[in-house]
Write a protein of this length. Structure first.
Length: 406
């Protein structure tokens, strides 16, 4: 107890956790948290769809660098009087036309394509953070169930050993038959609790397997908060890139007020009447569409809606992230304080039980008092084990709030 108090006073709760916690700080298993998150990401259909959209975004960027706004077209035309006058007059024309972006139109479309690609990367980063949060929560949920199961098994072993000891003392005439029955009842009740905790542990592990595809959880390591956190939180990255895309879309609508002009090149061959010379001509055609309100108004309102939504989302995300980080820090501090109290409670319960056990062996205390003391100790040990898990989960939640992805 003196060593523990010394560590708490001089090195804080970290040294105490490292000394007594069943949860380690070194990774001995090859499977770590990063592997579990990657496994969960690969199994997520939404993740596969988002990553597949990268090719779509790349194709959009490539298309935005082209000057041609649509599919080129080829035209053929021939006219003659062979079906009526038959004087030999014949006209033939070949043309090629394509819509062409104006320089400013092409520039804003390139900006929109680039911002769309950045927005997609922001969505992917945000989705990966969400998956990391799910893995972290399930990991420590399995850990909590396992700690409860181990403590229940230890309590069961003690009660079974106590029942055997009481049975011997009953045969020796030191204790009554009722004490033996009571001890056996408590041992059987502990066995039932072990089965219940085992089922809970298996259920949580099954959820973890379904999420990550791993057969077991990684070795438990309390996450350290790195000295440097990401400059841009993944959720903020997603919000800001969406805003940039909305601004680029608004710029496209305000710049491209009509469809792109169409430029055409044509060659014409004219054959006159008999004895007249033929002629060949080359021409250039230009068609300039005229933008109308019926065309532009729906595009403008849609762009304004997207911009307003993205702006509001950025403001909301900034507010939520600040409160989430502050809450995570507060919960971590509270969990460490609760761990210190749980450790002290367990020490007192152990000391109390030692005195009761000694008195029971001397015949100065009843079996009921011993069982009540052991139950209190069991609860204290369970509370300490669970509080170790809470501290680990609090560290994970702080890193999650800070946007740290292993």
């Amino acid at each position: 107890m003196c060593i523990r108090n010394f560590l708490i006073r001089h090195f804080g709760v970290w040294a105490l956790i490292a000394l007594i916690s069943p949860i380690g700080y070194a990774q001995s298993n090859q499977v770590d948290l990063k592997t579990a998150i990657e496994g969960a990401w690969q199994r997520l259909p939404q993740a596969r769809a988002l990553e597949a959209k990268r090719d779509e975004a790349s194709a959009g960027q490539e298309a935005s660098r082209s000057w041609i706004a649509g599919s080129p077209s080829i035209g053929l035309m021939q006219r003659s009087d062979r079906w009526h006058e038959q004087t030999g007059v014949r006209e033939s024309e070949v043309s090629m036309a394509a819509p062409i972006w104006l320089p400013e139109q092409r520039a804003v479309r390139q900006t929109l394509a680039d911002s769309s690609a950045n927005a997609l990367e922001g969505q992917i980063a945000d989705s990966r953070l969400t998956v990391a949060g799910e893995v972290r929560e399930l990991l420590w949920s399995v850990a909590s169930a396992r700690q409860a199961l181990e403590e229940a098994k230890g309590h069961q072993r003690y009660l079974e050993a106590l029942a055997k000891d009481v049975g011997k003392r009953v045969k020796a005439g030191d204790l009554a038959r009722t004490d033996e029955l009571l001890a056996q009842q408590e041992a059987l009740a502990a066995e039932g609790r072990v089965v219940a905790f085992f089922n809970r542990e298996q259920a949580e592990l099954a959820r973890f397997k379904n999420l990550t595809g791993l057969l077991d959880i990684p070795s438990l390591v309390v996450e350290r908060t790195p000295a440097s956190v990401p400059e841009l939180h993944p959720r903020m990255q997603a919000a800001r890139t969406s805003l940039e895309r909305a601004q680029a879309a608004m710029k496209v609508v305000s710049t491209v007020r009509s469809d792109p002009p169409t430029v055409g090149l044509l060659m014409r061959h004219d054959q006159g009447r008999a004895m007249q010379e033929s002629s060949r001509t080359i021409g250039i055609a230009l068609q300039i569409p005229i933008g109308t309100r019926s065309r532009n108004r729906p595009l403008e309102t849609a762009a304004i809606t997207e911009l307003e939504t993205a702006t509001a989302e950025v403001a909301r995300t900034e507010s939520v992230l600040g409160s989430d980080i502050a809450l995570a820090r507060q919960q971590l501090q509270a969990s460490e304080q609760s761990l210190t109290a749980a450790i002290r409670r367990n020490e007192l319960a152990k000391e109390h039980t030692r005195h009761i056990e000694k008195a029971f062996r001397l015949g100065e205390r009843s079996l009921f008092e011993l069982l009540r003391s052991r139950t209190s100790l069991h609860e204290a040990e369970m509370a300490e084990r669970q509080q170790h898990v809470v501290v680990g989960l609090s560290h994970a939640r702080l890193n999650q709030a800070l946007g740290i992805i292993p």
